[in-house]
Write a protein that binds this ligand. Structure first.
Ligand code: NAD
Length: 251
């Protein structure tokens, strides 16, 4: 790892940044002048996303978040360009198999990508975030499913993985607080992304009807809540879950 002095400019590493919420976070960050690294299992989509970002110094990495060594390599290479101040852990998958019937390998795959992948991500960026001091901020994508047991989108395995992330976020919040780095979760309800594009019109109407606002969230609305948590101005928010779900559930 290259040693560098405390960064003064925003530099955000985003997993799952080639699509949906992660991509919108990347676009918003680039528009406010940040350097961005997109890490995604789909290298072509990551390259395309980075090539369309405004500004300079952005990097694309085709990597699987479950590969700890690949994640460390990506974090170290991105940090060489001026540190890492923020992480958005958005890579994730849903499984719609029932808990009674899901086989162990599928259950483990959901936990591996959605939980171990986030741990790999934060630990890979950790030394650089510590260097970032008060600029250091991590936002993990949770889900309303963690509080409902699934049901809307994804099943109990997905809900289990997102519930586990609450513990992970609080654990990292404790470990990183002495280094002035904050760690929080944004827990969206159903949001208009490729992940929910598979829903039938009936399911979409049913889900929209559960929102007090009568609609799904837009990726920009989730990304704006994430951007809020990334700014050092909200300096004592750490270990928290911020719900963005149209009032489907109250935190
Ligand atoms: N869309 C929703 O309704 C919704 C609701 C609640 C929570 N979330 C959460 O928000 C996050 C983003 O969801 P989205 O809707 O933008 O999904 P999306 O499917 O549009 O994007 C997910 C991205 O993650 C990448 N990815 C998947 N597995 C990966 C792996 N192993 N390594 C690296 N990258 C990987 C995919 O290639 C994709 O680019 C997820 O964690 C999801 O669980 C989404």
């Amino acid at each position: 790892m290259t040693q560098h002095s405390e960064p003064t400019a925003e530099a955000v590493l985003i997993t799952g940044g080639a699509s949906g919420i992660g991509l919108t976070c990347a676009q918003q960050a680039a528009e406010r002048g940040a350097r961005v690294a997109i890490v995604d299992i789909d290298p072509a989509a990551a390259d395309r996303a980075v090539s369309e970002l405004v500004g300079e110094g952005h990097l694309a990495f085709g990597a699987d978040v479950t590969d700890a060594a690949a994640m460390r390599l990506a974090a170290n290479r991105f940090a060489d360009g001026g540190g890492i101040t923020g992480v958005v852990a958005a890579a994730g998958i849903v499984s719609r198999a029932s808990l009674l019937e899901i086989d162990a390998s599928e259950f483990r795959r959901v936990l591996d990508i959605n939980v171990v992948g986030v741990q790999n991500t934060i630990s890979a960026a950790g030394p650089h975030l510590i260097q970032a001091g008060t600029l250091g901020s991590v936002v993990v994508l949770g889900s309303a499913a963690a509080f409902t047991g699934g049901g809307l989108m994804g099943n109990g395995a997905y809900a289990t993985s997102k519930a586990a992330l609450i513990g992970l976020v609080r654990g990292y919040a404790r470990e990183l607080a002495p280094h002035r780095v904050r760690v929080n979760m944004v827990a969206p309800g159903a949001t208009e992304t490729p992940m929910t594009a598979v829903l039938s019109d009936d399911d979409r109407d049913r889900i929209a009807g559960m929102s007090l606002l009568g609609r799904l969230s837009k990726p920009d609305e989730i990304a704006s809540a994430i951007a809020f948590l990334l700014t050092p101005e909200v300096g004592t928010i750490t270990g928290q879950v911020i719900h963005v779900n149209g009032g489907v559930i109250f935190g």
